[in-house]
Write a protein that binds this ligand. Structure first.
Ligand SMILES: C[S@@+](CC[C@H](N)C(=O)[O-])C[C@H]1O[C@@H](n2cnc3c(N)ncnc32)[C@H](O)[C@@H]1O
Length: 329
């Protein structure tokens, strides 16, 4: 799992050149199995695991790691994505964190910008509960996060996001769907309790300004990624952005996978059933441009970090991306 070593040093770094790293890896015979085009037959049967088993694997993962021992705020994201801080006063930015885990990404954002309201989803109820505990336990004094942090369960790769979150006429849709309307008990039709959320808030969010995908897209099987990104497009307001950080090709964690963990080209499955894909810039670019986004930033972030205890130098490769939904003309 993602290990935030040298957290401050992770900011959009270029400690080494990615092309040189690639050449080195590809000329090393012990890594050859990573770039053979198809995984060995014994493991390839796992490549088409069902959405249910993927969700189950993450759920079990979060149950096993419920102590929150690995929780670390990703403060460096505020430097990587300064737009999260630069909102005009009272702009009431809306942000959707997809695959929020225990809240490592959303906590520093909530702390740093009191004008942001965060909607956070995950395919594990266990981790959503834990995130709520951590976020409410981290609020100090008057800076309560309760009204700015809303969680909901969702597997965005198969079911997409709920209608109440979407940009566009979700109000019309709700009014037409009587079964849905009967679930609400609002006084003025605006402030209602959404049946899928535990907290009260405006039932129709009407789209978000930012979607953060922080080490979540890599957990989705490659064949479900195009639909997943289209879902992010749908939920954004025009001019809104996806902020992406994820595993890059030939990251140290990829090179450590044993041959039997390969389930597809650049795709791996851990012993616990959770998956990880390792991206090139080309794959990321194709996925986002095909969904209708404009590319604002896309690069490898290459960081050398030293494990002092083992005296080993580790080469981390991440992809950093910023993609925009075109504004209405
Ligand atoms: C590596 S963790 C990243 C957590 C968080 N974004 C962060 O910055 O620490 C990936 C998270 O994505 C969630 N996840 C995996 N597949 C998902 C899916 N299809 N829909 C929603 N969440 C998913 C997992 O449960 C897990 O919490």
């Amino acid at each position: 799992m993602e290990n935030s070593c040298a957290v401050e040093a992770e900011y959009f770094c270029k400690d080494f050149d990615w092309e040189e790293h690639r050449a080195e890896v590809e000329s090393n015979p012990s890594f050859r199995y990573h770039f053979e085009s198809t995984p060995s037959s014994s493991s390839s049967t796992q490549s088409t695991s069902s959405p249910d088993s993927d969700v189950q694997a993450w759920s079990q993962f979060h149950i096993r790691h419920a102590s929150g021992k690995f929780f670390k705020e990703r403060r460096y994201l505020l430097k990587e994505f300064p737009e999260l801080l630069s909102s005009p006063p009272n702009s009431h930015l809306k942000l959707l964190e997809v695959g929020c885990g225990n809240g490592s990404t959303v906590l520093p954002i909530l702390r740093a910008n009191k004008d942001v309201v965060v909607y956070a989803c995950d395919c594990s109820n266990e981790t959503l509960e834990r995130a709520k505990e951590i976020i409410s336990g981290s609020a100090t004094g008057v800076a309560s996060f309760k009204h700015r942090f809303h969680t909901f369960f969702c597997d965005f790769s198969t079911n997409g996001f709920p209608d109440w979150l979407a940009y566009n006429p979700c109000q019309d849709k709700i009014l037409k769907e009587s079964y849905f309307l009967s679930d609400f008990k609002g006084d003025n039709g605006l402030r209602l309790t959404n049946p899928y959320l535990s907290e009260e808030f405006d039932c129709c969010v009407g789209g978000v300004d930012f979607v953060t995908l922080i080490f979540t897209l890599s957990a989705v099987p490659l064949e479900r990624m195009p639909r997943s990104i289209k879902e992010c497009f749908t939920v954004l307001k025009p001019g809104g952005m996806v902020l992406l950080r994820d595993y890059g090709l030939y990251d140290m964690t990829m090179l450590r996978f044993e041959p039997d963990k390969r389930v597809g080209f650049r795709e791996y499955m851990r012993s616990d059933g959770t998956r990880s894909y390792f991206f090139t810039l080309e794959i990321v670019r194709n996925l986002f441009l095909n969904a209708g986004f404009t590319e604002l930033e896309l690069d490898y972030c290459c960081v050398k970090s030293v494990n002092r205890r083992k005296g080993k130098s580790m080469r981390r490769v991440w992809v950093h991306g910023k993609f925009q939904k075109p504004a209405l003309s």
